[in-house]
Design a protein around this ligand. Structure first.
Ligand code: MN
Length: 510
């Protein structure tokens, strides 16, 4: 089983005992999916190994990786939840069920429901690991999208761009986000993708030597100033981010200075600023291009110093300076936090201490519990993000407090095709119909909730599937105003009733 060896090699950070669960899941999934094929003709099982490998590369622990191997058994095989639980325990079952539920959601292309869909993903993933597995699953599906029937490709690519990419970004999973984004872009706008990819390749061929020369003299300069344990590498900008820069700044490829950048990783925060000083002392910086994302991190937590300098031999180059920890955080984001927590490395782990700076000091423990008590419905992992980011965002964004209220006051309702709408708690099928489309609301005749007929003013529950029935002869009445809970539905009903009154008055005048 060469694939198993490859997977286990990617999980070397786990001890032998912990890897046993992964081996067991591997064997179990292989058997369960035997005979099934993917569009590409390869064994379906390959998809599961690849998904698990992505999770291993993100540093996830054994249960998450095992759930990655098992994520399609409930949907695509005869295996029951009971069997899965007795073999792998409650936690793995919980993760697999979570991923299966998320799999039923479709992006139908309705622009106004996108934000609902994103929120739904977050709310339904009671555990952030579910979301990470789903993202790994999607990444492998995107890597193999060319084998999927042409007519499906665009929808999947668009769904990836609109739903999964922003989620990966918000979780700080940068490497994953970049790859998903480029793969989606390639299918959404193939001409532009290939044009830019070729342009970037040309750029790299042209500048590689200069870039290497610069990187080496930079390393020498750092050694001269005795900066310890400094590492450098070069990174190429992703195709999609070059594209957005061209579109947003209306520049051409030749005017984008950070297509390739040199990165400097150092030990301490102080070293970052020292390195910046050393660089500016040796190469002339471009004015207005110095950015301090260490003192002012990006909303997703990204920290780094950026500057752009003239190399002296005709090149302009961006340099990014950060600590090793900031770098790992930038590449793997919240995943690194979750992974390390699950692996139980505790306080000794460098990542952990990096995150510690964002948590309230122990004396604030009481305050923290108070906040959590006020928001019992917020998924635990999301509370962690809120905690984590409170340090960074609260001063700049006082509304961030309010975001957590969302889960107490809103619920998610589906139409049978998987379209999702978020409504206030207490909303009715009538509200749902108007939210879908005012024309549907105005012709509302009846509603089925989870397959059963109900009255149109029945309060809905989170996760209900609502099928709306319309009739051309149906129309709003005064009573509907009492049934409606959203102001949007009320406004539309009022508008209709007003227009009818006007018609009646006009008729009476005649
Ligand atoms: Mn899958």
């Amino acid at each position: 089983m060469p694939q198993l060896k490859e997977l286990l090699d990617a999980t070397k950070f786990l001890n032998e005992g912990k890897r046993a669960l992964i081996t067991k899941a591997y064997v179990f999934a292989e058997k369960a999916h035997r005979g099934q094929k993917r569009y590409s003709g390869e064994a379906y099982f390959n998809h599961l190994v690849e998904t698990a490998k992505i999770l291993a590369e993100l540093g996830m622990a054994r249960r998450t990786i095992s759930a990655g191997l098992l994520h399609d058994v409930l949907e695509n095989t005869e295996i029951t939840p009971e069997e899965l639980e007795s073999e792998f325990g409650k936690e793995v079952l919980f993760l697999v069920e979570g991923v299966t539920k998320l799999g039923r959601i479709r992006y139908s292309g309705k622009e106004r429901h996108i934000e609902s869909l994103r929120k739904f993903f977050v709310a339904m993933s009671q555990d952030i690991r579910v979301l990470i597995i789903k993202l790994a699953d999607r990444l492998h599906n995107m890597r193999t999208l060319e084998y999927v029937p042409k007519e499906k490709q665009k929808r999947i690519a668009q769904e990836t761009m609109k739903i999964y990419v922003p989620l990966a970004y918000r979780l700080g999973l940068r490497t994953l986000k970049r790859e998903l984004e480029d793969l989606a872009f390639r299918h959404i706008n193939p001409e532009k993708y290939h044009e830019l990819a070729a342009g970037i390749r040309r750029h790299r061929r042209k500048h590689n030597e200069q870039l290497e020369k610069f990187r080496k003299s930079l390393l020498k300069m750092l050694a001269k100033h005795s900066i310890r344990n400094a590492k450098t590498d070069t990174r190429l900008k992703s195709i999609y981010s070059v594209y957005t820069k061209i579109v947003m700044r209306q520049k051409d490829l030749g005017k984008i200075y950070d297509i390739s950048a040199v990165r400097v990783h150092v030990e301490t925060l102080e070293d970052c600023y020292r390195v910046l000083g050393i660089i500016h002392g040796s190469w002339r910086p471009l004015p207005g291009r110095i950015k301090d994302y260490i003192a002012f991190p990006k909303p997703n937590g990204y920290q780094s110093l950026h500057t752009t300098v003239f190399t002296g031999d005709g090149m302009i180059i961006e340099i990014q300076i950060r600590t090793h920890l900031m770098h790992n955080q930038a590449e793997y984001g919240l995943a690194s936090h979750i992974a390390y927590k699950e692996r139980g490395l505790g306080i000794k782990d460098p990542y952990y201490s990096w995150f510690n700076q964002f948590f309230p000091a122990p004396s604030d423990k009481k305050k923290e519990e108070e906040i959590l008590k006020q928001h019992p419905h917020v998924p635990l992992w999301l509370r962690n993000i809120i905690n984590l980011q409170s340090f960074v965002t609260i001063q700049t964004d006082p509304l961030s407090h309010l975001k957590s209220d969302f889960f107490q006051h809103r619920m998610f309702i589906f139409d049978p095709k998987g379209d999702v709408v978020d409504l206030p708690v207490g909303a009715t099928p009538l509200d749902f119909a108007y939210e879908l489309d005012p024309n549907i609301g105005n012709r509302l005749f009846g509603a089925k909730v989870n397959g059963k007929f109900v009255h149109i003013d029945t309060p809905l529950k989170n996760g209900d599937i609502v099928e709306i029935q319309t009739k051309n002869s149906a129309h709003p009445t005064d009573k509907w105003l009492k049934y409606a809970k959203t102001s949007f539905a009320r406004k539309e009903i009022n508008q209709y009733l007003e227009s009818v009154k006007k018609v009646v008055i006009r008729r009476q005048k005649k």
